[in-house]
Write a new protein. Structure first.
Length: 201
């Protein structure tokens, strides 16, 4: 069930998508989506920018001026105008959710799908491409690959494809094996007790 924030984000993302599409088709949509993603990454990594976007001390007019001054030469006019509109409507705090919603719209429209590849250590491009080709063949969509490392999985690979998690990690296999052995051990004990009771009867 979609939350109010999800619905709000989707509404703004759809408006931005349609404006970008009308203004330049697929290329413009991709440009704006990329710009919004970069801005969100900047906000996550720079406290001063985050404060500019979220501080209640800065009034709306001053914040709009600052946004225009900072981003005018760095991103498209449409993206700047969109940020200013969000600011005027008090929605800059939803920018991250809007960016995610826009990315989903782009994936749906262009037959692409986000894929997180999680391995114990970094994998080379050839291995990543092989995984991507298999996903493309299986789903008929162009995978957008993101690589991450997590030493705790020991080995193997964990894939997040859209909202689905496919866990082929060694750590998970070992956990399943341990659970199966415990279950088998429990069954063996029950079997021995049953046989003992039968012999005693």
């Amino acid at each position: 069930m979609a939350t109010q924030t999800d619905t709000l984000a989707r509404t703004y993302a759809t408006s931005l998508y349609e404006l970008a599409d009308e203004g330049g088709g697929r290329d413009r949509v991709m440009e704006v989506a990329d710009e919004l993603e970069q801005i969100c990454e900047l906000l996550r990594g720079d406290r001063q920018f985050l404060e500019l976007f979220t501080s209640p001390i800065i009034d709306t007019a001053r914040r709009s001026e600052a946004i225009t001054r900072i981003f005018a030469d760095r991103v498209s006019e449409l993206t700047v105008r969109f940020l200013v509109i969000l600011n005027r409507n008090g929605r800059l705090g939803h920018l991250d959710s809007i960016q995610i919603a826009l990315d989903q719209l782009v994936q749906e429209a262009f037959g692409r799908i986000e894929v997180d590849v999680i391995t114990a250590s970094e994998i080379d491009e050839a291995a990543k491409n092989r995984i991507g080709e298999r996903i493309k063949q299986a789903l008929g969509k162009e995978p957008v690959m993101h690589s991450y490392t997590d030493p705790s999985i020991i080995g193997g690979v964990r894939l997040r494809i859209g909202d689905e998690l496919i866990d082929g990690s060694v750590a998970t296999r070992l956990r399943r094996m341990g659970a199966a052995l415990q279950q088998q051990g429990g069954n063996d004990i029950r079997s021995k007790i049953d046989r003992f009771l039968e012999d005693d009867a």
